[in-house]
Ligand binder design. Structure first.
Ligand SMILES: [Zn+2]
Length: 319
């Protein structure tokens, strides 16, 4: 993903925020228990994140990418009713025509009330934000930028299935998010753009969607992303109302070109939970698009807060 309008975001933060207020923790444990779900297993999500990194950078076209796709399929098959492998070809702005793999895990396929949860599983081929220019041609490991969101969703799928809820949940792992170039919005989120044009179910219409991106840093700040509030404010309110811990900040954040843009454009309201840093030039954590985006920057505690927040939202939708 890439950041847009950081200046606008700074202005918004200055004049619109209820600064620094964090989301409350009241009664979420009760809500989750009422829905029959156990507390989110943060260590399980950490392990799912690590296992993706063990394949190496998941750059489209590489064997690590192909092997990780197989592992994602089999991991989802253990916890979903149906798993769909969607293959297609996209035109990138950077590496020409490219074959992609979107992977969709479906829980309770017959339920009419559905929640879409998504994250990108590919990693960027170039660490082009690295302070050392010699690293710009090296791939990003993507422990945070890729694996963290997927890790939370894989663990979540497991727990949701075990709890036997009735809500339909769709886990969409999209490919080819991170091959974009600056100042070219449509060069990002290519797997999502493909899925939006070819949904896995004709006329697919969930209640809303939640995108996870860079949800693993110990210093993460999840502010209310600009486009999410433009397209899906009521659902942003819902997510932040049920958020737990110290990383969700109930204040306006920057505007990010990310997969949620294309979901929203397809008519599905979609919220982006993404770590934004208002004080950084890039708008993101220091490891973003550098060779330092490795497991050493991943906090099980942060993954746990995000996963628990999603469980709380699911429990609320169950009621
Ligand atoms: Zn990225």
């Amino acid at each position: 993903m890439t950041l847009l309008y950081i200046v606008l975001a700074a202005i918004m933060t200055a004049c619109g925020a209820t600064s620094g207020s964090t989301a409350g923790e009241t009664s979420q444990a009760d809500t989750v228990a009422a829905a029959g779900m156990s507390a989110f297993d943060a260590n399980g999500a950490y392990e799912m994140t690590r296992q993706q990194c063990d394949f190496g950078p998941r750059v489209p076209g590489t064997s690590a990418h192909a092997r990780c796709a197989e592992w994602l399929m089999s991991t989802l098959q253990a916890s979903c009713d149906t798993v769909i492998l969607q293959t297609g070809t996209v035109q990138t702005a950077t590496v020409g025509s490219l074959g992609i793999k979107n992977i969709i895990g479906v829980i309770n396929p017959d339920a009419s009330q559905r929640l879409l949860l998504l994250a990108h599983w590919d990693t960027r081929p170039w660490a082009d934000n690295d302070p050392d220019e010699a690293n710009h041609s090296k791939p990003v490991m993507g422990a945070n930028d890729g694996a963290s969101g997927v890790g939370v969703l894989l663990q979540l799928a497991k727990q949701v299935k075990e709890a036997g809820i009735t809500l339909g949940v769709d886990i969409l792992l999209v490919d080819a998010e991170d091959l974009g170039e600056n100042d070219n919005e449509d060069s990002w989120g290519l797997g999502t753009q493909y899925w939006a044009a070819h949904p896995h179910v004709a006329g697919y219409k969930p209640l809303f969607g939640i995108l996870l991106d860079m949800v693993g840093s110990g210093d993460a700040t999840f502010t209310r992303e600009y486009y999410s509030t433009q397209y899906a404010k009521g659902f942003v309110d819902l997510v932040w109302k049920h958020a737990v811990g110290t990383h969700f900040i109930n204040s306006p954040g920057g505007a990010v070109t990310d997969d949620h843009i294309f979901i929203n454009r397809a008519g599905i309201p979609c919220v982006d939970i993404i770590d934004m840093r208002a004080d950084a030039d890039s708008g993101f954590c220091p490891e973003w698009h550098t060779v330092n985006d490795t497991m050493s920057g991943i906090s099980a505690s942060t993954l746990g807060e995000v996963g628990q927040t999603l469980l709380n939202v699911i429990a609320a939708l169950q009621q």
